[in-house]
Write a protein that binds this ligand. Sequence first.
Ligand code: TXA
Ligand code: MG
Length: 332
Amino acid sequence: MTSSAPPPNPSSGPTASSIAQAAAQLRQGDLVAFPTETVYGLGANATDDQAVARIFEAKGRPRFDPIIVHLADPNELHSVTASVSDDARQLADAFWPGPLTMVLPRSDSIPPIVSAGLPTVGVRVPDHPIASQLIEMAGCPIAAPSGNRFGCISPTTAEHVREQLADRVQVILDGGPCRVGVESTVLDMTSDTPRLLRPGGVTREELEEVVGSVEVFEGAQPVDQAAPAPGMLARHYAPSTPVKLLAELPTTVPPCSGLLVFSTPEITDGWAHLEVLSRDGDLVEATAGFFAALHRLDGHNLQQIIALPFPNHGLGTALNNRLNRAATQAQS
Ligand code: TXA
Ligand code: MG
């Protein structure tokens, strides 16, 4: 997959020795934020339950929401899972390293806290040189959710992580902006037909080319209630500014409002802040810039952010999923 987001710049990024230092700290139980191709992760040694507990504390994340385990090499899959089906192997061959997380039966090497007590584990191999080196040098699988406070906008730059977690994480490795820009696709491989729990960087269409039909889990749960796929809480990814999702542009621009759109709108005047994600209507480019645009809009003291839906195919499905959840108002 290609994108117009600038690639990580090795000359200004972490050196081999700073990654080695971060890896040593991870082994000792510290938290390390690191770049992946999707979003920045907040990592801990996945085999150390106390280190993993610190992730939940730092994020303010409920303990019922399981965390993804990251490996450097697809061949290590057997070390964190109890069994791997043929379909799962085929998907690993097709999409790893890359933005696909597979939910598989958990091995005892991974403590229950990682998976919120579930008998399964979510696993992926990220496609980013800094993430790979960090995992390799640490010599252990890394448990890592996205590096944001729970329910807030996901980070696609090191600066986003600093804004939300600076005082709660020991190391932040800066690898520049993330190339894909939306989280991995989460696919449950423990049922007969693979179940898509979260749309993400690998599209349903791409998955179906490899394993045939994929079922889509539609049931986002009521706000703040434990869910079978716990990351599917209805409200998530939310800026502090209210987000209103409209079917089309309003005829008059409301006061003090920002606009987030896929491609250039017919009328651009009057918006207090305008974010056009791809002038050419390219979903890959739009995805790479999506969370950064939400972060910027949220920094403008607007009364509201108005957004229009994306084309509902390919990566657009993942973006609509994030937008819908950003727009769901918290219930009191
Ligand atoms: O791209 C990504 O996936 C990023 C980078 C850092 O890898 N990570 C990420 O993690 O987005 P997080 O924690 O923000 O989202 C993980 C999602 C949640 O919806 C969680 O419920 C789901 O994956 N998940 C993890 N393990 C699971 C399991 N065993 N069963 C069901 N869902 C699981
Ligand atoms: Mg997250």
